[in-house]
Design a binder for this molecule. Structure first.
Ligand code: SAH
Length: 367
């Protein structure tokens, strides 16, 4: 990556800017020309960290093709709404109204004068089985792209958090990938870290505990459903947007007390006593939600570096919600690095060829 091409990037469905961070971390030069999203809370978070200048609070399907064309972007990064493809959603795929803007983009892609050279799309596992994926493939083939599809979880990068996602990397076929440019780190060989380095506070007496503690009511009702992890654990569940709001399968919770096993005493004469016993036991575990910063860090956001934070006005519930919608920055930055590498190599190759053709001195030097 010696050649530094300045990529012109459009960020669709930008949310809190996961793709922006991923691009920054990919090591490629360039700038986000425009970030499109209609959600005001997410946009506030985005603006808080990157300023308002490039933020377009617009409905993607209401923007005319000419506008996208005028941007002359080389790269489109996009994570369209996933609800049409999730298990908990309706699985209606393209019939879901929330898929409409994506279908619009796929419709205009083959018609554009300046289509991007690269497209990276992220979505939930399940997208690959949907009819939207068929539209994607059709548009890509029609517009002269080659592409590859992957299902990747952050665990494969050694990050102790589940978030299995679908990725599609597409290149215009005049930018052939270079086999040597394929990521040199053998991702799968990396070991998964322990959670401890992601944890903000580890003491039950910490004043922040008030904010993240799990209420007794929730403990009694859902105690048995919790996915409880400790700082020594090497995994955590995918944090979805219902985290902190709904308990079941929305993300792990942290046990701060050490060396305790989570097990209910089953001998109790009646339900009340059973509950009382269970509650007493659960209370000793020092259970709490992961803080929004811990979740953000597990998702690869540069919190410690001071580059990502939330505006004060964003409520805790909103913070979890927009994080739940976002992406794993580390995973996507690797993908961007990989996707764009072929272009930079090709540019230098082409340049070298051109120069060699034009200037015989250069040719004799290089051979
Ligand atoms: N990658 C993002 C999250 C994407 S979630 C991140 O890092 O946070 C999908 C986003 O698409 C949501 O923020 C939602 O507000 C936005 N969205 C959905 N339909 C849209 C449309 N028609 N126009 C613009 N934004 C839309």
């Amino acid at each position: 990556m010696t050649e530094s091409h300045h990529f012109r990037v459009l960020e669709f469905y930008s949310g809190i800017g996961g793709m922006h961070y991923a691009f920054d971390e990919s090591g490629h030069q360039g700038k986000i020309l425009r970030a499109f999203d209609i959600n005001t809370t997410a946009n506030e978070v985005y603006a808080h960290n990157h300023g308002k200048k490039h933020l377009a609070q617009r409905n993607i399907e209401a923007v005319p093709m000419e506008y996208y064309d005028e941007q002359q972007a080389d790269v489109w990064l996009m994570s369209p709404p996933c609800q049409p493809y999730t298990r908990t959603g309706n699985k209606a795929g393209s019939k879901d109204a929330r898929a409409k803007s994506f279908l619009y983009l796929m419709d205009i892609l083959p018609k554009m004068t300046h289509p991007p050279n690269y497209i990276l799309l992220e979505n939930v596992k399940g997208f690959e089985e949907s009819d939207s994926r068929d539209f994607l493939v059709e548009a890509l083939m029609g517009a002269g792209y080659e592409f590859q599809e992957l299902l990747i979880t952050p665990l494969q990068l050694g990050i102790p958090n589940s978030r299995m996602r679908y990725y599609c990397l597409a290149r215009k076929t005049d930018n052939k990938p270079d086999e040597d440019a394929i990521l040199s780190d053998p991702m799968l060989a990396l070991k998964v870290e322990k959670l401890d380095k992601y944890i903000e506070f580890k003491d039950v007496a910490d004043e922040r505990m008030q904010r993240y503690m799990i209420p007794d009511k929730t403990l009694i009702k859902y105690g048995a459903l919790f996915d409880i992890v400790k700082e020594s654990t090497r995994r955590s569940c995918c944090f979805t947007k219902g985290y902190y709001h709904y308990v079941e399968s929305t993300g792990s919770i942290l046990q701060m007390a050490h060396e305790k096993d989570v097990r209910y005493g089953t001998e109790a004469p009646n339900a009340d006593e059973y509950n009382a016993k269970a509650l007493a036991l659960l209370r000793t575990l020092g259970l709490r939600y992961f803080t929004e910063n811990e979740v953000a860090r597990l998702m690869g956001f540069p919190v410690l570096e001071g580059k990502f934070s939330f505006p004060e006005k964003t409520s805790l519930k909103q913070r979890y919600r927009v994080l739940g919608n976002s992406i794993n920055v580390k995973v996507v930055s690797h993908l961007i690095r990989y996707l764009l590498t072929s272009k930079t190599e090709n540019i230098s190759e082409k340049k070298a060829e051109k120069e060699a053709g034009k200037d015989p001195e250069v040719r004799s030097e290089s051979s």
